[in-house]
Write a protein that binds this ligand. Structure first.
Ligand code: ADP
Ligand code: MG
Length: 739
């Protein structure tokens, strides 16, 4: 889009500019409700800049997602004709493209939370816009409470009052307004044309991808021009659908239909790929944009006339009682369905094809989506609130917009106690403050601090980066496949995939050592690194090159974090940079894991560092501990309110077995998932010596005492403390987790 085009389109919010400016001038806070695409995200900040609100401080705009912050900042810089990072900038975890002179700064809600720890009055901002509030991300909900307090304190303690604006795409303005002391609400009407809703005769949840592809193709063949927007649940589905659309189209006779361009849209798409949906297609080409939930409210695609709504979304659910975290495909809410349909009526009357029945919509869809704070683990959130050290607050009575369940809060307190982050009275400890200083989740930050003591920081970082990566192995090449298909039957090709041997040979050698998944991941990482991160090396070990490059990037970022907070290897071994390590281990890992060519001394050193790594991981992942049942290779989780019985997932690599064929008594796991039945995924054997003190600590928990959460007698003045940044930001996820 050129500058000339924009002049012609006046976005709806611009027509309310004067009223909004007046309201912001006269009130501490305001709520702006506007249909998606009305200009809330890109225009509001500029309207306030033009009204000179940036003279006394910066204008901050929060986004729930990292890509959101980056793409919008780019767009606004473009609109203003300035270079990104000057007048308009952004700050996300691990990346800050702003200066003290920046006027408009887009940042993730997690980043703003961390900034609160550096300066709890957020003095540098004159205005904060909490954008996309309807998404109700966990971080946004925490910010509601934190900023509500801050409004009061800025009035008392600073000569520059703070202005807060909450924007939302759905009509929940009254609720926000009541919470923020009955502040004014603006409704910006969108340009919305009527949309015909067409329901399916039967529900298609079982195979919604095929149903969506078929519907999109039918629209292309039968309906007048206009782009199609299809809602699916994740990256893998989107890629599959696009492949199928392309192959169907190429199989059709030349002149049976016009050209169709299929484009993906999801949060893990690189920004340069994302902007493709903003570009107009060649004349006469119809586009079909296959998207996750991001197109529901956060990204507006122009030209859409047809929407295909599968009625489902991928959502995370956490059960505090069992500690089970699941990513499930669930029905969207009715509010969501209305939003999706609305995407079809932006430029002219449109049609929305719902792949579910009217009876389902009316009888079974929830009216609204449960906010994340009520369906997620609260360990990071509670640690964050604790690290603010607010004198008058214990987390159970924090002023939440929608309070999370008491059981989830108590479970978070228990876990923080087991991590030594709070003491038996619920007061944050020095360890807790150090953990809060690391922008990673509490389990990992605790593991890193322990690793520093034990001299294995580099190893723990590598393993974390690999665990954060969804696709480490190429399809059909995981350790589970290797075990089933070859390692145990003398190298026959896997019957399930029918692949010929090759890449798996090297992996098999590693899997055969039965050291568990974490150590396997470490060895694979090091083998790939020592072979120069090459494509060939990835192939040699059956690794997915894209996944490995993702792991490499995460590892680089984690290394940056560790350097920034100067987490030294204060233990037995001096801190080793990856480079130093690289030199030392390169020689060793020539024969896959290196142990063959090691001298006895080196072998002992290798065993020591692996041991240290498992120890550090055990301390950090104490809340993901499981014990084997007697005389049986099933496990029961330890620590949460009631243990959960679970099997080792078939994708697990081998574990050492004793003479009776029993696997280790104690393991830590990375995920407890419930597919057909509960499974532990990615497990690491650990030792009773490491586990038993932790289990004793668990047994001593007194939840009543923990949840009182009083601040120590010597109350800190104003809540200042040495912590620089904070551990509250799961914003960087691996690909595929939906919207
Ligand atoms: P809202 O936040 O109210 O949903 P936005 O401010 O995001 O609205 O978008 C306003 C308009 O700007 C929309 O019509 C959208 O299509 C357009 N727009 C937003 N980002 C971009 C971009 N990166 N490139 C081109 N157009 C964009
Ligand atoms: Mg927006």
């Amino acid at each position: 889009m050129t500058k000339g085009d924009e002049k012609e389109i006046v976005l709806p919010i611009r027509r309310f500019a004067e009223d909004i400016i007046a309201a912001v001038r006269d009130n501490d806070s305001a709520v702006v409700i506007g249909e998606t695409g009305s200009g809330k995200t890109t225009q509001l900040s500029q309207i306030l800049l033009e009204a000179k609100f940036a003279e006394t401080g910066q204008i901050a705009v929060t986004q729930p997602r990292r890509v959101g912050a980056v793409t919008v900042a780019k767009r606004v810089a473009e609109e203003r004709g300035v270079e990104l990072g000057t007048e308009v900038g952004y700050a996300v975890r691990f990346e800050d493209r702003s200066t003290p002179d920046t006027k408009i700064k887009y940042l993730t809600d997690g980043t703003l939370l961390r900034e609160c720890l550096e300066d709890n009055l957020l003095q540098k901002y004159s205005v904060i816009i909490l954008d996309e509030a309807h998404e109700r991300s966990l971080n946004t909900d925490i910010l509601f409470g934190v900023l509500k307090r801050l409004l009061r304190r800025r009035k008392q303690q600073s000569d520059m009052p703070l202005k807060l604006i909450i924007t939302s795409a759905t009509l929940d303005g009254e609720k926000f307004s009541t919470y923020f002391n009955d502040c004014p609400v603006f409704n910006v009407p969108g340009r919305c044309f009527p949309v015909d809703i067409i329901y399916a005769m039967e529900d298609h949840f079982k195979d919604h991808v095929s149903a969506a592809v078929d519907t999109a193709l039918q629209i292309h063949l039968q309906q007048p021009p206009g782009d199609i927007l299809v809602f699916l649940t994740g990256q893998a589905e989107i890629e599959k659908a696009i492949q199928r659309i392309n192959s169907e189209i190429s199989g059709m006779p030349e002149d049976s239909c016009g050209p169709l361009l299929a484009l993906p849209l999801h949060a893990s798409l690189p920004p340069e790929m994302q902007v493709r949906v903003f570009r107009a297609p060649p004349e006469g080409t119809r586009r079909v944009i296959v998207s996750t939930n991001v197109a529901e409210t956060s990204v507006t695609v122009e030209g859409v006339v047809y929407v295909v709504d599968t009625g489902v979304v991928k959502q995370k659910h956490y059960q505090p009682a069992t500690g089970m975290d699941s990513l499930d495909v669930v029905p969207i809410s009715r509010v969501g369905a209305t939003q999706r349909a609305g995407r079809a009526g932006r430029t002219r009357p449109g049609k929305c094809f719902r792949l579910y029945t009217k009876a389902f919509y009316e009888g079974q869809m929830p009216i609204i989506t449960l906010p994340e704070i009520q369906r997620t683990s609260l360990v990071s959130a509670v640690l964050y609130l604790k690290s603010l050290e607010l004198e008058d607050m214990d987390v159970l009575s924090f002023d939440f917009l929608d309070a999370p369940g008491q059981d989830a809060l108590e479970e978070a307190l228990r876990q923080l106690y087991c991590l030594d982050a709070i003491d038996a009275d619920g007061v944050i400890t020095d360890m807790g403050r150090r953990m809060a200083g690391l922008p990673v989740d509490p389990a990992l930050s605790r593991a890193l601090i322990e690793a520093e003591k034990l001299g294995c920081v580099s190893e723990v970082i590598s393993i974390s980066a690999m665990l954060a990566t969804e696709h480490v192995f190429s399809a059909g090449q995981g350790p589970g496949d290797v075990l089933r298909g070859g390692a145990r039957n003398g190298g026959m090709p896997s019957s399930s995939t029918g692949r010929v041997e090759g890449p798996r040979e090297r992996l098999r050698e590693l899997v055969r050592r039965a050291e568990g998944d974490h150590v396997l991941l470490l060895r694979l990482w090091e083998a790939w690194r020592d072979r120069g991160y090459s494509r060939d090396a990835a192939y040699e070990f059956g690794l997915d090159l894209r996944g490995m490059n993702f792991a490499k990037e995460i590892r680089r970022q984690l290394e940056g974090v560790v350097k920034e907070v100067r987490l030294h290897g204060a233990g037995k071994r001096p801190r080793e940079d990856e480079d130093v390590l690289e030199g030392r281990w390169r020689k060793l890992s020539d024969d896959v894991d290196g142990t063959l060519s090691m001298s006895p001394r080196q072998r002992a050193e290798d065993a020591r560092r692996i041991e240290a790594t498992c120890h550090a991981l055990t301390v950090g992942f104490v809340n993901k501990l499981a014990r084997r049942l007697p005389r049986h290779n099933g496990y029961k989780t330890v620590g949460s309110t009631k243990g959960q019985l679970a099997q080792l997932h078939p994708s697990c690599s081998g574990l050492p077995e004793d003479d009776d064929g029993l696997t280790p008594e104690w393991v830590i796991y990375h995920e407890l998932v419930s597919t057909s039945k509960p499974f532990l995924r990615q497990v690491c054997p650990t030792r009773p010596e490491y586990v038993l003190p932790l289990v004793a600590k668990m047994a001593s928990i007194n939840v009543l005492r923990l949840s009182r959460g009083r601040i120590r007698e010597q109350v800190r003045s104003g809540g200042d403390h040495p912590s620089k940044t904070n551990a509250f930001d799961p914003e960087h996820k691996s690909s595929g987790a939906g919207g």
